[in-house]
Design a protein around this ligand. Structure first.
Ligand code: PRP
Ligand code: ZN
Length: 283
């Protein structure tokens, strides 16, 4: 029995989805234009599909699980369960207007908005009691205002360069999105077990990414102060150096605290600070 997982065929999530599986130790010979690929060392079959179709395939159990943007999950409103956020493919669904326009929410009343996300947009308009016309188009939404098809657009923004090159500006964010792992709601026990196994690996990889392994040399009379700065997994490892009066301290720190802590450690007398990536982290 194999777990069937659907990932994007091409586009912003494709590469990162494959990379995540690879970092989980799952070896997939990337099949180029192939529809599916089988992992060599994990009971997994990968289906390459259009991201917009993935929720439907997962609801129908054609795929047991999928990697897709939250934006697509919320738009399609299919019966699937979100298991975990995956931390890549971060973007926002935003309303954008001509860069010279002064935007107000109420100013959208009576306007035409082009989007590939009619469901999410309609929810937003209803919540804000705005009555606007939604013009659904499936691609190149950003050119709609320029050719007179719409007054505004509602589209995904990541770097913002698509808006910029089309003379538009982001006016209002209506949804923050990133990639998520979704599953069919009625998988049998064995599939659930495989999916849990995969999720366990994903969590270990994600955890490792947010953390760094740090090694440093500390004068023994400053050890307590330095250890106090390091919130390790349990407590830091301290080993004597060959040179008397000095110790080597090993610990794990959160990527986000990284620069703050480095400064404080140096001020406290730490030397030879090494910060190295962690590949997997199981706690
Ligand atoms: C989105 C969106 C824009 C672009 C914005 O398309 O439709 O074209 O990305 O990104 P930027 O702000 O970095 O320029 P996407 O690649 O997700 O393709 P899809 O909507 O067809 O799946
Ligand atoms: Zn798409």
């Amino acid at each position: 029995m194999k777990l069937k997982i659907a990932i994007q065929k091409s586009g912003r999530l494709h590469e990162d989805s494959l990379r995540l599986l690879k970092e989980c130790g799952i070896d997939i010979s990337n099949g180029g234009n192939k529809l599916k690929s089988t992992a060599a060392n994990f009971p997994l079959e990968v289906y390459f599909l259009r991201d917009d179709d993935i929720p439907q395939y997962v609801e129908d159990a054609v795929a047991d699980a999928g990697i897709v943007g939250e934006n697509v999950v919320y738009e399609k409103k299919k019966e699937v369960e979100i298991m975990a956020q995956l931390g890549f493919g971060k973007c926002r669904l935003s309303i954008a207007v001509d860069k010279n326009e002064t935007f107000s929410k109420q100013g959208l009343n009576g306007k035409k908005i082009a989007t590939s996300y009619p469901v999410i947009l309609q929810d937003y308009l209803d919540k804000n009691k705005i009555s606007a016309e939604i013009h659904e188009i499936s691609g190149s939404v950003e050119i709609a205002p320029g050719i007179g098809l719409a007054d505004a657009i509602c589209d995904l923004v990541s770097s913002g360069s698509t808006l910029f090159t089309n003379g538009l500006k982001e006016a209002e964010t209506i949804l923050e999105s990133q990639s998520v792992l979704i599953r069919n709601k009625t998988l049998d026990q064995e599939k659930v077990r495989l999916l849990e196994k995969l999720l366990f690996r994903i969590r270990a990889v994600r955890k490792a990414k947010n953390n760094k392994y740090i090694l440093l040399n500390a004068p023994n009379n400053k050890l307590n102060e330095i250890i106090g700065l390091l919130p390790g997994m349990k407590s830091p490892t301290v080993l004597p150096l060959a040179e008397s009066g000095w110790s080597s301290v090993h610990s794990v720190i959160d990527e986000n605290d990284f620069w703050d802590i480095i400064e404080q450690l140096k001020d406290a007398g730490a030397q030879g600070i090494l910060v190295v990536p962690i590949e997997k982290m199981i706690i």
